[in-house]
Design a protein around this ligand. Structure first.
Ligand code: THG
Length: 372
């Protein structure tokens, strides 16, 4: 029997939930205390549809932590080791948030709306409390709130065409990780070219609950000939794309240097950041690597050993229908990782060999070509 999920006021619904239910959602998870769909027609069907057409995702669970006031930049810079001192208005930045030990507190998109107004579009931990605690303790001149904003993602190769039909041609001019206000029924809402897939697309930061249903319906009406469908972040697509999930692939006990987010850590920057001293000193103990197995498998033990010695832990995995291989992320101990790049993985049908590789997966270099 599949257990049910009991939903009360503690688990927030969203202004799109009635539409998501009506669209035939098959499974939900809870993210930032909010419902998030994980499956509509099936992981594989959803995957191919996302890669070939366009999907509308209720990602209201990506809560916005709004930080406003003269010390807004200072607070955000304290929270992240990425140098935001030269950030321009209207830009989005993928930023690890780290504690003074270097551990990852969250991995939001930071959005600079004006010099004194920033949003953190957060993953699944209570960043508002952490930010309010810092602001209180350090007596910063800021307000930290979680405003009523419900992001709606439009993802897939036909996303730009659909968005242009609903928001007008100028939406095509928005560059990757840029954001600007667009009008929907006379209401300005921020629209960014971003989203948790590598199939391209946009995120609409819906700020008026009464427009949520009409906007959802219009995307479906105007996208009929584009084969628009309901969707959600897809496990297969995000593993293939090397997108990391907080709580699965990283968390308080991993640093961004260990899980491949080193490009978002500015060790040399002359900035005031809580985690930089630790990140500069701590040598990484582990490294998140890719793992490729040449057939679909049911992994029965996420712990991985070489000759009986623990080498790491599988944090996420999925079979890739496009490349015909089973892909995984493994958090490996550096101390035992030598030149040995072959690992034995415990599966339901016995040991299966896997090849360790770098992330993001470079399918070309691995000699893998996509299925048509
Ligand atoms: N969109 C919005 N909010 C979010 C997410 C999102 N909050 C939660 C979660 N997702 C945050 N995590 C990520 C992880 C990766 C990316 C975005 C949010 C991402 N990365 C690109 C990449 O890895 O190629 C680009 C990063 C860059 O170059 O700056 O898009 O999806 N609103």
């Amino acid at each position: 029997m599949v257990p049910e999920l009991s939903v009360s006021r503690r688990t927030r619904s969203t202004p799109f939930t009635s539409r998501v239910d009506a669209a035939g959602v098959q499974a939900y998870t809870v993210y930032n205390h909010t419902l998030l769909a994980t499956k509509f027609r099936g992981f594989v069907e959803d995957y191919w549809h996302l890669c070939e057409h366009v999907q509308v995702w209720d990602v209201s669970c990506e809560k916005q932590v709004a930080i406003s006031g003269p010390d807004a930049y200072r607070l955000i810079q304290l929270m992240t080791p990425r140098d935001l001192s030269k950030a321009r208005i209207g830009r989005c930045f993928y930023v690890p948030l780290c504690n003074p030990q270097g551990g990852i507190v969250n991995d939001p998109i930071a959005i600079k709306l004006s010099d004194n107004d920033w949003w953190l579009s957060i993953a699944d931990t209570d960043v508002m409390l952490w930010a309010q605690g810092l602001a209180t303790g350090l007596k910063l001149d800021v307000t930290v709130t979680e405003p009523d904003i419900w992001p709606l993602a439009v993802q897939g190769p036909k996303a730009e065409e659909l968005m242009a039909r609903v928001f007008g041609e100028s939406v095509r001019d928005i560059k990757f990780f840029n954001i600007k206000p667009m009008y929907y029924q006379g209401v300005a809402m921020q629209v960014a070219r971003s989203g948790w897939s590598k199939q391209g697309g946009f995120e609409i930061y819906v700020n008026d609950a009464s427009l949520a249903g009409p906007l959802w319906d219009q995307l479906f009406t105007k996208g009929q000939d584009l084969n628009v469908g309901p969707g959600c972040p897809n496990l297969i697509e995000r593993v293939e794309s090397g997108l990391l999930s907080l709580g699965n692939d990283m968390g308080y006990d991993t640093t961004p240097l260990e899980c491949g987010l080193g490009q978002y850590v500015d060790l040399e920057a002359d900035i005031e950041s809580l985690s930089l001293p630790a990140l500069r000193q701590l040598p990484p103990k582990r490294e998140l690597k890719g793992l490729v197995m040449n057939q679909a498998c049911k992994i029965s033990d996420s712990q991985v050993y070489i000759d009986g010695v623990f080498v790491g832990e599988i944090t996420s995995h999925a079979f890739s229908p496009k490349y015909g291989v089973h892909l995984a992320f493994v958090l490996c101990s550096l101390s035992v990782l030598g030149a040995n790049l072959k690992l034995d993985i415990q599966t339901d049908t016995g040991l299966q060999e896997g090849l360790l590789t770098s992330l993001p997966f470079n399918f070309n270099a691995l000699g893998l070509a996509p299925n048509p």
